[in-house]
Design a protein around this ligand. Structure first.
Ligand SMILES: [Zn+2]
Length: 329
């Protein structure tokens, strides 16, 4: 096996992948609203294809498409009894696309069943995490993502530490302010996850890059460990800095799509800010990842094709020449 996550992070920035569930919804596979991963068994080739596109565009780690793949969540679309099969299939699909050189990240996500201080909730969420992480055995590291409560994030980390021996990344998500649903600031969440032994701590989803930078800064100054940032590629606003709060969510997102260049700028700025694991969440398409890979110096600029503006053979060459001239003026 190639180098593991921690070794790669010690050598430089690692580029993750983009978003899957919204992209697959827009491609006509996922049920809007439920956003569950049953297509690992109903349409496995759709996931495999998107993994291959991410790989082709420079991703160095592929995330198992098991987002919202817990038993309770799958029950909402009638797939609870296939929870293990779905998680196993999603893991196999990612591994096949990753080959020998890319890393595979297992995926656990917020369960919507967590209630602070409630023993019954803790028992249920523990069971849900354990079932998924066992079904995803063999991954190179795990990402526990989209945690709005520090308590649920810490429980996820605890289950990963007790049941697996691979690195654990935990990413928190924030909506309008910098406080978790159970009352901890970004900095406090970071310090507590660090003290509990998370190998990588970070942020994912909800905020676009502009609205994620303040949290990135707060996390970076709260600890010295490896930091991850995977924002959405849908434009948010200062009034509503999280995309699921906008009227465009979930089925009118297209006009809010960020360009590939905006995500490329994010990758470069994140690296400058000390982010170690850079990726994208919802709305980040393979072409966004390609631009991020270029911004991080991981991909050549244009490959074999060279524009010849003196004797153009496509509209693109003329466009690019106009842009070059505009930059010179
Ligand atoms: Zn997302």
């Amino acid at each position: 096996m190639a180098k593991g996550l921690l070794e790669r992070l010690s050598e430089g920035v690692v580029l993750g992948d983009g978003g899957y569930i919204i992209e697959l919804e827009q491609r006509g596979y996922v049920v809007t609203g439920a956003f569950t991963p049953e297509l690992a068994v109903t349409h496995p080739s759709a996931i495999a294809e998107l993994h291959r596109e991410m790989r082709n565009c420079g991703s160095e780690a592929l995330q198992v498409m098991a987002f919202y793949g817990s038993r309770e969540k799958l029950a909402t679309v009638g797939f609870a009894d296939r929870t293990i099969e779905i998680n196993q299939a999603a893991t196999r699909i990612a591994r096949e696309a990753a080959g020998d050189d890319l890393l595979v990240a297992g995926d656990l996500s917020t369960t919507w069943k967590w209630k602070a201080g409630d023993a019954e909730s803790e028992r249920l969420v523990t069971e849900m995490f354990d079932e998924q992480l066992e079904a995803q055995a063999g991954v190179d590291f795990f990402i526990g993502e989209l945690f709005f409560s520090l308590g649920e994030a810490l429980l996820c980390l605890d289950r990963l530490k007790k049941n697996t021996s691979v690195p654990a990344m935990i990413t928190m998500s924030f909506r309008a302010d910098n406080v978790s649903e159970d009352g901890y600031t970004v900095a406090e969440c970071t310090r507590r996850l660090d003290a509990a032994g998370a190998d990588v701590i970070g942020l994912n989803c909800m905020n676009d890059p502009e609205r994620m930078y303040p949290h990135v800064e707060e996390m970076r100054s709260a600890f010295d460990g490896y930091l991850a940032a995977q924002p959405v590629a849908f434009r948010c606003t200062d009034e509503t800095p999280w995309f699921t709060g906008l009227p465009s969510f979930p089925d009118r997102l297209e006009p809010t799509q960020l360009t590939r260049y905006e995500m490329g700028e994010f990758a470069a700025r994140a690296k400058d800010m000390g982010v170690n694991y850079v990726g994208g969440c919802c709305g980040s398409k393979p072409t966004h990842i390609r631009e991020m890979a270029k911004a991080l110096g991981k991909l050549d600029d244009e490959g074999r094709w060279q524009a010849k503006p003196d004797s153009p053979m496509s509209e693109t060459e003329q466009h690019w020449e106009r842009r070059r001239q505009a930059r010179r003026e």
